[in-house]
Design a protein around this ligand. Structure first.
Ligand code: APR
Ligand code: PHB
Length: 397
């Protein structure tokens, strides 16, 4: 088989790239290791920046997102037992966030993919990439006992943190920066009304908590837990009891509990690999970088990488110019490092770090107190939360 761009991975990055390229008349094939149902079963964050909303609109998959997504003009920070609102819209000239789950974004993209008529290979085993440092890149995989080959002009590595694309680059060509945090997030999804109409980020001496949502009837809650904990060691009742202890009295009173639909523990990591382009291989999304989920930047960064990548590939095929491809890595990394810094800072501010003692809690509370009482402080949080404009990666400064 031959195509213009072979995309490895059918997560949000790969599917979105496939859609943007298809809309521009560029032929592409997606090769995914898992089944579509497996991909849809992964529960991840659910807050979209305006920039990500715009890219999804451009890809033609925004209809349900606008109908069902919940615009949020602020969120609460809870510390020392009291809640304080960060007025996102008021502090950023009217910008806001849209609460719409990544699972739904993926579902919308899969529907658009099916309608596009472009080929998607699910359950492809032993995917391998070849020849990306020369003029003839290709991908091989196994399916139904056969080895198949796809030749293309470019390979897009959209295969997430554990994928094969980044791992296929010689170590001498890549620099990796990593920080692993000494705790995880235990998430619980339930068909219960959210405790509050906006998100609540909680700094508590018992550890971080987050009250989020997927709709007006479906809630998503998180607790900071030790990495040694397992999902089985947390009954639903134990989860709700612990969440209540980390909330303020009014929220604890309002909290509606119910059986979990999903419960999982996710580790927290900051990770960037540089550069993101190796000849005819271009990485995007989690394949190139990971942020801890505090601030929900993961999907947003993936969406902007993909937008830059689609623009660069369109320029290549339409105008026979590689300016966009040559500048791709630098353009992405500029905004990636900004988001990495914010996610690391917000994580550091809100979690208990083992072994750091009571004084660390006091420092965090004093910083939070400063941030919410200073307009400059509150604006710093709000600006970072709503995210950078799309043209940020193009600016010289
Ligand atoms: N071959 C083919 N596909 C693979 C391989 C492989 N060797 N390895 C991984 N994959 C697939 C995975 O099964 C997955 O479906 O690549 C896809 C990568 O998807 P994601 O991990 O969701 O990464 P991405 O599409 O970049 O999405 C970024 O996901 O993790 C969140 O915070 C992140 O929200 C952000 C978004
Ligand atoms: C979520 O809803 O899953 C979510 C929201 C905000 C975050 C992280 C996760 O910062």
């Amino acid at each position: 088989m031959r195509t213009q761009v072979v995309i490895v991975g059918a997560g949000p990055s790969g599917l979105l790239l496939g859609q943007l390229l298809h809309k521009a008349g560029i032929d592409n094939v997606i090769v995914e290791r898992q089944s579509a149902d497996y991909v849809l079963g992964r529960i991840r964050a659910g807050v979209l920046e305006q920039v990500a909303v715009d890219v999804l609109d451009e890809a033609g998959v925004g209809q349900r997102m606008h109908a069902e997504g919940l615009p949020h003009e602020g969120f609460d920070l809870l510390f020392k037992g009291a809640r304080h609102r960060i007025d996102l819209a008021g502090l950023t000239g009217g910008r806001k966030a849209l609460v719409y789950g990544q699972t739904e974004v993926t579902r919308d993209l899969m529907a658009a993919r099916a309608a596009s008529g472009q080929t998607t290979v699910y359950e492809a085993a032993h995917v391998a990439i070849h020849g990306f440092d020369g003029a003839h890149p290709h991908v091989t995989y196994e399916k139904n006992g056969q080895t198949l080959r796809i030749d293309a002009d470019f390979i897009a590595g959209c295969d997430g943190f554990h994928g094969v694309c980044r791992a296929s680059v010689p170590g001498s060509a890549i620099t990796e920066y990593e920080k692993v945090y000494p705790f995880g997030w235990l998430g619980l999804l339930s068909d219960t009304p959210p405790v509050h109409e906006e998100l609540i980020y909680v700094n508590s001496p018992r550890g971080f908590a987050l009250c989020s949502m997927r709709s007006r009837t479906r809630s998503r809650y998180y607790l900071q837990v030790p990495l040694s904990d397992t999902v089985d060691s947390w009954s639903d009742q134990a989860f709700w009891d612990e969440l209540r202890r980390r909330l303020d009295p009014a929220a604890a009173e309002t909290l509606v509990t119910g059986p979990s639909i999903e419960k999982s523990i996710a580790p927290l990591r900051s990770f960037v690999s540089e550069p993101m382009r190796f000849g005819r291989l271009l990485l995007a999304g989690d394949a190139a970088h990971i942020v801890p989920p505090t601030g929900a930047k993961g999907l947003n960064l993936a969406a902007t990488d993909v937008k830059y990548l689609a623009d660069a590939l369109i320029e290549h095929f339409r105008e026979r110019s590689d300016t966009g491809i040559d500048g791709y890595s630098e353009r992405c990394l500029k905004r990636i490092w900004r988001a990495e810094r914010f996610s690391w800072w917000f994580t550091s501010l809100m979690h208990r770090f083992p072994g750091e003692g009571e004084i660390a809690q006091k420092f965090q509370e004093a910083e939070l107190d400063y941030l919410i009482h200073s307009e400059a402080g509150a604006r710093t949080i709000a600006e970072n939360y709503v995210g950078l404009p799309l043209d940020f990666g193009l600016r010289r400064a």
